[in-house]
Design a protein. Structure first.
Length: 225
């Protein structure tokens, strides 16, 4: 059998090597079909992209509108199609670990998406703030007087429903301090003298405070929702 020429052997070897080389994974972007305000990016499996492995990809964009474009940006990548033209565009992009965004530059608040590359850690959510109870100062006596006020100079009319710490100074053995409102009825007792602290959750609505011994000693306030 006659030996093949050396040139043919070399070409055959190169062809086999090229056929064995895997192509880059393909990402497919679509924007503005029928001029709709839609944009999307699918991965090699055809599913919407959420997370990819780092590496080099072929990005094929089907830009179907002259009022939209497709713009991919992120670590080391910034490629886009023109807004005023339509067509199919192909880019080779190398994606590194991080977060990538794709948007229509003309309508970036309406047409946008994002995905991550690699093992991107999600930051821990911020701690839930602990509500600090609003502090109220209440007093009855000495003599014919009763009062309730907020600390820090805040007006009672500006308070909202929530958690309250109420420090009651009962300075009279002839009167008590009695707080009444939605779901609350709390009193010091007529014969009691001293200081007590109540920790209450007060709902929106109208509240009254009074002496159960002398009806002339009274007041009222309201809490907003």
């Amino acid at each position: 059998m006659r030996a093949l020429p050396l040139v043919l052997l070399l070409l055959s070897a190169l062809g086999s090597a090229g056929g064995a080389r895997a192509d880059n994974p393909v990402l497919t972007g679509v924007v503005g079909t029928n001029d709709a305000y839609t944009i999307g990016l699918a991965g090699p499996t055809g599913s919407p992209v959420q997370n990819l492995d780092p590496g080099t990809y072929t990005l094929v964009v089907h830009d179907n509108s002259q009022i939209h474009n497709f713009h991919l940006k992120g670590p080391g990548v910034d490629v886009s199609t023109p807004i005023e033209d339509t067509g199919d565009y192909t880019f080779t992009v190398t994606l590194a670990a991080g977060t990538y965004m794709y948007v229509c530059d003309a309508h970036s608040t309406l047409m946008k998406g994002s995905f991550t590359v690699g093992a991107v850690s999600t930051p821990a959510p911020p701690p839930t703030p602990v509500a600090v109870p609003t502090k109220l100062l209440a007093s009855v006596g000495p003599g014919a007087k009763i009062s309730l006020r907020a600390t820090g100079g805040a007006a009672m009319s500006s308070l909202s429903a929530g958690s309250f710490t109420i420090v009651v100074g009962d300075h009279s053995a002839a009167d008590d301090f009695h707080l009444v409102g939605p779901g609350v009825s709390k009193a010091t007792g007529v014969s009691f003298k001293g200081t007590v602290t109540w920790r209450l959750t007060l709902k929106a609505g109208r509240y009254t405070f009074r002496s159960d011994k002398h009806a002339v000693l009274h007041g009222a306030f309201a809490l907003s929702p």
